[in-house]
Write a protein that binds this ligand. Structure first.
Ligand SMILES: [Mg+2]
Length: 190
């Protein structure tokens, strides 16, 4: 049984804290009249599984990257409650492969109660491989992530990845899986 001290865990943002791919689907529908089923996103790189113009994908990703706080990007169910509870014990660390972290901070400010933003750190690495040194430097032992490649990378270097289940990560792997934030809460040493 995995029992995680709250100061030893950190979180990916997209697909874990925020329901980013749902928002992608909504923008595709409202801006481009493209219908996408969530369960059909069986790869992290949407263009590899869905027949959508790469330029459109790029435009949507740009909106999600720059304006997450201005669109209907909602938190995954239960995320806010569990993260606020952790933040009452220790500071929160989000490590994202996004190119910059400020939009994420604005998003957190919008969705979390006042006061939490002081105890939150968002590190934007620009790519997945750079997550490892960030987590190492901060003494993090557990990382919640939805991208399997990153999980393998972290696991090789002694960080325990926990897979946040999504259609794009339902493949064979040796890692612990959580289906929702209730599952995450059950792993924390409160
Ligand atoms: Mg992610």
């Amino acid at each position: 049984m995995m029992i995680i001290p709250p100061e030893k865990i950190a979180f990916d943002f997209d697909g874990v804290v925020a329901n980013t791919f749902r928002s992608f689907i909504n923008i595709a529908r409202s801006h481009y009249e493209i219908e996408i089923n969530y369960k059909d996103i069986t790869r992290y790189q949407i263009g590899e599984v869905l027949d959508i113009d790469p330029e459109i994908i790029e435009e949507i990703v740009e909106i999600l990257t720059n304006y997450p706080h201005e669109i209907d990007l909602i938190p995954n169910q239960g995320a806010v409650g569990v993260l606020e509870r952790i933040s009452s014990i220790t500071s929160l660390l989000f490590v994202t492969a996004r190119p910059f972290g400020d939009p994420v901070k604005l998003w957190l400010k919008k969705h979390f109660s006042d006061g939490i933003s002081e105890s939150v750190e968002v590190v934007a690495t620009g790519n997945n491989t750079e997550k490892l040194p960030v987590l190492k430097a901060r003494g993090i032992d557990y990382f919640i992530e939805d991208r399997i490649d990153t999980c393998f990378l972290l696991s090789k270097e002694g960080i325990t990845p926990i897979v946040y289940e999504q259609p794009w990560n339902r493949k064979k792997h040796p890692f612990h899986v959580v289906k929702n934030w209730e599952d995450i809460a059950s792993l924390i040493q409160w």
